[in-house]
Each structure stands twice: as structure tokens, then as C-alpha cells.
Design a protein around this ligand. Structure first.
Ligand code: COA
Length: 172
């Protein structure tokens, strides 16, 4: 945990592209024994890498053409990568949709099981929130699976504030 935290402490808060240029200062000097975590807002994510990440946490597969469309039309995409030498691995992902003024909703928050429990999910969410706040979005919502309510609670999210209920409509 302390190891990852020390990486974040030195990282640039502004997400950068994972490829092709190496414009993120913390990459410098990485080696196979000195892995680094970085964030990116680049939407050009390999959909098979993303599918593999979602498979790893047991999510149902979705048609890739729809995933691609969802990413393209999201307001914000934040991916999290591990760099080990020249190798980069997608280890986390999240995206948000928005009206670009008041509201944003966060979707598809995921950290690869090999990287869970190290503070990375929290770091990923903080990047998303920071980016949304920098766009002056003040109402940030999400839909939490029951088993992760406390994860989001720890980040300041409240279930049903002032009695507000999430309501859903599904086709028959
Ligand atoms: C939920 C998820 C993103 C959390 O990522 P993570 O990297 O393991 O979380 P972190 O290590 O950053 O944990 C941050 C804090 O939340 C807590 N936490 C993490 N997962 C939790 C859970 N399922 N329930 C309650 N608390 C949890 C941690 O104990 C930690 O607490 P601390 O700050 O007091 O130390 C990750 O477990 C995941 O990808 N799960 C599968 C996909 C999923 O369910 N996504 C959410 C869909 S709504």
C-alpha cells in the first residue's frame, strides 16, 4: 500500500496518454523491477484489453461495438496502467457520462483482481472526481453494486441522500 501511495505522491495530477509518447514524468527510469502506475484519459483503448479486464472481475461480456460507442460518447474516460520496463498493462478503468454542466454519472469502475486492495481503486476514483470537479461538475452520481457500497461510501458517496431513490426502467 505504501509503495503505491509513494508513486501517486510523485505523479502529475493531469492524466496523460499512455502511448505513443512518454510525456508523463514518472515513466522516467522505469525498469522491470520498478513498476509504475499512471492514469490516462485517452479513449483509444484496446477493446480486447478492456474486455480481458472486465472478464477478470466476472462481468458479463458486452458487444464490443457498443462498448466502443459508449467510450466514444462518454464525457470522461480514465484508464489506469502499470508500466514495467517497456510493457504497459491496463489494470483499471472507469468512465463518466455528463450533461457537461451540472451532472455526471460514473460507470464501469474496475480494478484488475491482481491489483485490488492496494488503494488503486480509490486512486482511480479520485482521478475521476478531480477531473469532473475541474470541469465544474457538482453533482456526481453512480450506481453501486451492493457489495461495493462501502467502497464508494469511503470516497464520500451517500446512498439515497434526502430520500432520493435511483429508479430504473427496463424493456419487458
Ligand atoms: C470495487 C473496486 C474497484 C475496489 O478497488 P480496490 O483497488 O480493491 O480498492 P482500494 O484498494 O482502493 O480500496 C479503497 C478502500 O475501499 C475499501 N474497499 C475496497 N473494496 C471494498 C468493498 N468491496 N467493500 C467495502 N470496502 C471496500 C478498502 O478496504 C479501502 O479502505 P481504506 O481506504 O479504509 O483502506 C474493485 O474491487 C473492483 O474492481 N471490483 C470488481 C468490479 C466492481 O465491482 N466494480 C464496482 C461496480 S459498481
Amino acid at each position: 500500500m505504501g509503495f503505491w501511495k509513494s508513486l501517486f505522491a510523485t505523479s502529475d495530477a493531469t492524466p496523460s496518454k499512455p502511448a505513443p509518447t512518454n510525456d508523463y514524468p514518472e515513466f522516467n527510469g522505469t525498469s522491470s523491477t520498478n513498476p509504475r502506475i499512471f492514469f490516462s484519459t485517452d479513449r483509444e483503448i484496446d477493446l480486447y484489453d478492456l474486455e480481458e479486464l472486465c472478464d477478470a472481475v466476472g462481468w458479463s461480456r458486452r458487444p464490443l461495438r457498443k462498448v466502443k460507442k459508449a467510450i466514444q460518447h462518454s464525457f470522461l474516460v480514465v484508464s489506469m496502467w502499470e508500466q514495467r520496463g517497456a510493457q504497459r498493462r491496463l489494470v483499471g478503468f472507469s468512465r463518466a457520462t455528463s450533461d457537461h454542466a451540472f451532472n455526471a454519472t460514473i460507470w464501469d469502475v474496475v480494478v484488475h483482481p491482481d491489483y485490488q486492495g492496494k488503494g488503486l481503486g480509490k486512486a482511480l476514483m479520485k482521478q475521476v472526481i478531480k477531473k469532473l470537479r475541474s470541469e465544474d461538475i457538482s453533482n456526481i452520481t453512480l450506481f453501486a453494486d451492493p457489495q461495493v457500497i462501502d467502497f464508494y461510501r469511503g470516497l464520500g458517496f451517500m446512498p439515497d441522500p434526502e430520500g432520493i431513490k435511483g429508479m430504473f426502467w427496463y424493456p419487458d
